[in-house]
Design a protein around this ligand. Structure first.
Ligand code: AP5
Length: 216
């Protein structure tokens, strides 16, 4: 059982790498962003409450996201968890440590995905995903083989996120530097932090992440 956090700013490639680990290692991706987007689509009270915050690029409350992760971990039965976009605050990091220890588990690695802000706008503004299977694409670097059709599942429901615009991205980056980047020091001090060059090609980043996991 391997549990890993993918830590990085919006557009660092956390979702892209998490999906590869699911396929290659049978791990379970826990993306709080995906969970919140599902809650919005379902029209639940919580989903409606968080919609405006997400679209503006702010952080949803710790209470809500910790609750989402707690619920998923209670299901158990995984070859390991990939925490994608969680934790994002020190309170979330402490809560995750407590939840894992209550389950008799631990974190094996925290992968800091290092990028330059300059590339993030291009990555975010060009991104689209499959609304059916969540496969991630990019207008320039990774378009679907057949325009308008998902390579993975054949769906034509390709969508762009409401927060994938420059204004919202600026706010998301600000939130990242203010509230999430302190986690780099937090996990470094605990001895869990491993740094990966996330500016490299997707396959090279994947190889670097795999090597972190294999070293343990
Ligand atoms: P969330 O969904 O987690 O978004 P994010 O952290 O902003 O990250 P992204 O999904 O935008 O980027 P990514 O790193 O996954 O990049 P991707 O692989 O897609 O959160 C959304 C919102 O939900 C937050 O703003 C907040 O409101 C709320 N939220 C979520 N979690 C929360 C929490 N814990 N606490 C509070 N609020 C929370 O890649 C991006 C693009 O680049 C793609 O097109 C991809 O094809 C391309 N790409 C990827 N890797 C490479 C590469 N190596 N080279 C070239 N292109 C690449």
């Amino acid at each position: 059982m391997t549990n890993v956090i993918l830590l990085g700013p919006p557009g660092a490639g956390k979702g892209t790498q998490a999906k590869r680990l699911v396929v290659e290692r049978g791990m379970t991706q826990l993306s709080t962003g995906d969970m919140l987007r599902e809650a919005r689509i379902s029209g639940s009270e919580m989903g409606l409450k968080v919609a405006a915050v997400m679209d503006a690029g702010g952080l949803v409350t710790d209470e809500i996201v910790i609750g989402l992760i707690r619920e998923k971990l209670q299901h158990g039965g995984s070859a390991g968890y990939i925490f994608d976009g969680f934790p994002r605050t020190l309170a979330q990091a402490d809560a995750l440590g407590d939840l894992l220890s209550q389950m008799g588990q631990k974190l094996d690695a925290v992968v800091a995905m290092e990028v330059d802000d300059g590339v993030l706008v291009r990555r975010i503004v060009g991104r689209y995903t499959c609304g059916n299977c969540s496969a991630v694409y990019h207008d320039e670097t990774h378009p679907t083989a057949k325009p308008g059709v998902c390579d993975s599942c054949g769906s034509t429901n390709l969508v762009r996120r409401a927060d994938d615009n420059e204004e919202s991205l600026r706010h998301r980056l600000m939130e990242y530097y203010k509230k999430t980047s302190p986690l780099i020091g937090y996990y470094y001090a605990k001895g869990d932090l491993k740094r990966v060059d996330a500016l490299a090609k997707v396959e090279e980043v994947a190889a670097a992440v795999s090597s972190v996991l294999d070293r343990g």
